[in-house]
Design a binder for this molecule. Structure first.
Ligand SMILES: Cc1cc2nc3c(=O)[nH]c(=O)nc-3n(C[C@H](O)[C@H](O)[C@H](O)COP(=O)(O)OP(=O)(O)OC[C@H]3O[C@@H](n4cnc5c(N)ncnc54)[C@H](O)[C@@H]3O)c2cc1C
Length: 608
């Protein structure tokens, strides 16, 4: 039997990172995937990042992963989201070329030492004495390994729905992975199904863009990967249109043919990324919903109408699309569809993403109940590193919530599980200012160096950037200018709510004050310096909260009847009984559990 250190099953966004991280750390790694031509396929929207998802991309990049690098190379448009808010919450979103992205992903993997990629479908996991030992493929290969990472995405026992027509499939045109799902179930790991969906794709030659509003990409955005200093490629615009009353009428008239509304789809769907029929039923009073016509690539006529995900029958899809301004004659190239896919309950996993019931068996990505490329990549990377650490008998890598959004994501999943597809949100983190997108590289690169995920040269570039920020902060404190009749430091001026770093730069230029290092600051330096100055007090407060939380982590909650705790609401009692948190810190992380409830439980435990 052939033998590897680590086997990765599935070459989606989780599998790419898992295989790369494992091979980079020196383990002989085998990446198995159903179709080698579909490595890194973008099943849905050809876009990476966005609010809080951008954090995950930059964190994986800081740790030495690939998603940021692939995205920068495949980018067709960059945008900063949340621009109307403070820089601490700006988020990067990048539109990518759907064809280029998988090509670049494959190139990265093919150039990774210690990594073998094979096309094969894993049908069976071999486990002995509660320990993973190997796999069997559909071609009859038996392969041994010290650990495996299951990154099978939306493919586990999946059903595709287009109207009332449903059939087996992991993605449109691709087969479902039923035997692997059965093999997981045989290990007594709890499984369930979730639902997600995508929209029809259109031919851009049939669209009247003159009837739509153009959205031009931003030119001042910072590339996703710290290894890239500037955006090199030309960028493409998006176009905005909206649904209207006629669109809504057609959708409502066809609900009796919708798998969602006839009860054919039973699984829970993504609450925050609903289908168009969902939006119209839930927000019926709205006049219209925005649709963003996004390019799918440079060399294709196919475009992605973001906002009209649906599983209605194809004829109804075509009819409602033709009611939309600019899309009256749109040619539908592929139908939208819904998919129900199998997954595991992530509470079956330890915080290192290893199954509690089977040593050496790891899970990452959509199979753990998440949705999104970024969530998948983040888990894949951590599972890849942890599989290596397990094989080498070393301590696992578990990022803390106050260290990274990845820490929040994995802690939420493994401690609380999820009843619906989980996507990252800024509000899920208690430390939104100190754990921000723009400082991911500074937060995580020391750890990446320690784990040998990045080399010394890469780390020195990070230190140099940190030094630039420090110098800029000193300059801001030292240089004084006349402002509102007084001479005050630039730092004091920057503290004002409506004054940005760019305002100060412009003012210095207008006053002809030259020779200041401020003029040389690059994008990230400006953003970081401004955040450090503007949010100084808030950042200090977050540090205090972090210290307090450390104590909560130490306070264990014994087996108890929460109905006996005075002043807890029914909802709080229900949640505590359901999730059974082990410590006060875990209890606080459950959504809806307030600090006041924590105090009540604390007093109760102490009294007992
Ligand atoms: C219809 C649809 C709509 C979606 N809509 C959204 C959305 O609106 N928003 C959003 O953020 N995300 C959406 N997604 C989800 C997004 O595509 C996933 O979150 C992301 O791709 C998950 O990455 P992954 O690596 O976990 O799995 P995937 O990208 O699904 O990759 C899974 C990989 O596993 C391989 N595989 C499966 N079984 C086996 C086996 N037995 N042996 C070997 N290889 C195997 C497959 O070939 C594939 O390479 C959608 C996905 C689909 C299919």
């Amino acid at each position: 039997m052939t033998k590897y250190d680590v086997i990765v099953i599935g070459a989606g966004h989780a599998g790419i990172e898992a295989a790369h991280a494992s091979a980079k750390l020196g383990c002989s790694t085998l990446l198995l995937t159903i179709d080698i031509d579909r490595i890194g396929a973008l099943s849905c929207n050809p876009a990476v990042g966005g609010v809080s998802k951008g954090h995950l991309v930059r964190e994986v990049d800081a740790l030495g992963g690939l998603i940021g690098k692939i995205t920068d190379k495949a980018a067709v448009a960059y945008r900063f989201l949340n621009r109307s808010k403070g820089k601490a919450v700006w988020a990067t979103r990048v539109q990518v070329d759907k064809y280029l992205y998988p090509k670049i992903a494959r190139e990265f993997l093919e150039n990774t030492k210690n990594l073998t990629i094979l096309q094969a479908k894993v049908k069976c996991l071999i486990v002995k004495n509660k320990k993973f030992v190997g796999i069997e493929t559909n071609f009859g290969q038996m392969i041994e390994a010290g650990a495996a990472i299951i990154c099978a995405g939306t493919f586990l026992k999946s059903t595709i729905h287009i109207g009332l027509n449903s059939f087996s499939g992991g993605r449109l045109g691709e087969e479902s992975s039923d035997e692997l799902f059965e093999s997981i179930r045989k290990l007594k790991i709890t499984t369930k199904h979730f639902k997600t969906g995508t929209c029809a794709r259109l031919d851009k030659r049939s669209i009247d863009f003159l009837k739509m509003q153009e959205q031009v990409p931003d030119t001042d955005v910072i590339p996703f990967s710290f290894s890239n200093s500037q955006i090199l490629t030309d960028q493409l615009s998006c176009y905005i249109t909206r649904t209207n009353k006629k669109t809504h009428k057609i959708i409502l008239a066809n609900l009796n043919r919708s798998p969602l509304y006839t009860g054919k789809i039973k699984a829970h769907g993504v609450r925050y990324c609903p289908s168009l029929e969902d939006k119209i039923v839930r927000f019926g009073d709205r006049e219209g919903h925005h649709i963003f016509i996004e390019p799918e690539g440079r060399d294709t006529n196919e475009v992605y109408p973001n906002g009209i995900s649906t599983s209605l029958p194809l004829d109804a899809q075509i009819d409602f699309i033709h009611t939309i301004e600019g899309l009256e004659k749109a040619v539908v190239l592929r139908p939208g569809y819904g998919i129900e896919h199998g997954l595991i309950d992530a509470r079956e996993l330890d915080a290192n993403l290893e199954a509690k019931k089977v040593g050496g068996l790891f899970f990452a990505g959509q199979v753990n109940g998440t949705t999104g490329y970024e969530e998948a990549a983040a888990q894949g990377f951590i599972a890849g590193v942890n599989a290596v650490l397990a094989v080498k008998g070393k301590k696992p890598l578990v990022l803390k919530r106050e260290e990274a959004f990845i820490g929040v994501l994995i802690d939420d999943l493994t401690a609380k599980g999820t009843d619906e597809p989980y996507r990252m949100f800024t509000s899920r983190s208690e430390f939104r200012l100190s754990v921000r997108e723009s400082n991911a590289i500074f937060r995580l690169s020391p750890l990446a160096l320690k784990l040998k995920l990045i080399d010394k040269n890469e780390y020195e570039r990070v230190l140099a950037r940190q030094e630039e920020i420090k110098k800029t902060l000193t300059e801001l404190a030292v240089v004084k200018v006349a402002f509102e009749g007084k001479k005050i430091s630039l730092r004091e001026i920057l503290k004002r709510p409506n004054i940005s770093f760019e305002n100060i730069e412009k003012d210095l230029a207008d006053k002809n004050i030259s020779g200041s290092p401020l003029g040389k600051a690059d994008g990230q330096v400006k953003i970081e310096a401004e955040i450090e100055v503007k949010y100084e007090a808030f950042l200090r407060r977050e540090k205090v909260w972090q210290a307090e939380l450390k104590h909560l982590e130490r306070i264990k909650i014994p087996k108890m009847d929460f109905t006996k705790v005075p002043s807890l609401s029914k909802e709080v009692v229900e949640k505590l009984t359901k999730f059974k948190p082990g410590t006060l810190a875990e209890a606080l992380r459950i959504s809806g559990i307030t600090p006041a409830a924590i105090l009540a439980i604390y007093s109760f435990i102490k009294r007992r």
